[in-house]
Design a protein around this ligand. Sequence first.
Ligand code: BEZ
Length: 395
Amino acid sequence: MTTRRTLLTRSAAVIGAASSGLLLPQIVRAQSGKIRIGFMLPYTGAYAQLGVAIENGFMMALNEQGGKLGGRDIEVFKVDDESNPAKGIENATRLVQRDKVDVLVGTVHSGVQMGIHKVARESGVLSLIPNAGVHLATRAQCAPNVFRTSFTNGQPTSALGKAMIDKGHKKAVWITHSYAAGDEAFEGFEQGYTAAGGTIVKKLGLPFPNVEFQALLTEIAALKPDAVACFFAGAPAAKFMRDFHAAGLHKSIQLYGSGFLTEGVLDAAGEAANGVMTTLHYSDSLDTPRNKQFRLAYAKTFKLQPDVYAVQGYDTGLLMIKGANAVKGDLSNKKALYAAMEGAEIDSPRGKWTMSKAHNLVQDIYLRKVENKENKVLGVAQKAVADAATGCKMG
Ligand code: BEZ
């Protein structure tokens, strides 16, 4: 007889093997019955709202197709990853080994993504990244079964520096949560800003998800830069804008950011967000029929305004549909599945995008400004931005 205790012991052993770096067995799945989808997303913690928006967007895409993939019904499994990198491998292993998912959809936090990535590379399970921008996943550690439908961390900030110089802001302080997302966003920013003639006066950081900004804001006031550029997202982004404003810094220093700063938090940030300028691959106010139709349908379904995370979730669903339809639901036909996903051209609310050879998006980056609780698009800051994909060898 198999008791709950022995089951727990067995899965603990599997998880132990995965975390110790042993290869997971290639998992053979039946290609009949339901397609098993595993969401590994943050449903609690600093990035909880981002995880919910991604799941909403993904499910909306599938529901537009009658809730099926390649003619097969779906079954959903969920794990709250809490944006905790320490539990990344264990949580992804649970979805792959215990729930036997056919596809892993996750996640938001770059550190957690590295746990998913290890499990995906070792098990061969299809892995769709709906947000986390960690460079390695589509650079030196790119893999045939891993597709990213969001961005690389350096992509949104690659055009930010030039936009700042165009506004006459030549001396800047950079501030971020210090982990892969913020550090790699800095890479994109530094390269563009210095090439355009800007000087980075100081680079400041604090550990994720700490939101005690006061000492750092005092330091910024003393440095008197023309501008501050930053990477923050989710609830911490709203707090950073409120604290920056409450300290009076907005009166003399223009605040810029990787566009996540003002996504999904405009109500929470209130008037502190007004005038903040950012660069990102989406804007609420994109004046296209596709975006308007998406925004209306999302608001009607979820009684919420969509943001970039909802768009990325939606696009992840659209990519999965393309692949699954091409193989008529037979996800074991990996060659044809991956070829269909690689060749996909998606008509997204953000604009049309294609997939690079490294399985990352080639997309336009917009310059935006917050006005009356909306990210207003000011123009295209850079067209068809592709990641460098340094060191990626598919095979
Ligand atoms: C990241 O950790 O990769 C990330 C988190 C939130 C927004 C953008 C990137």
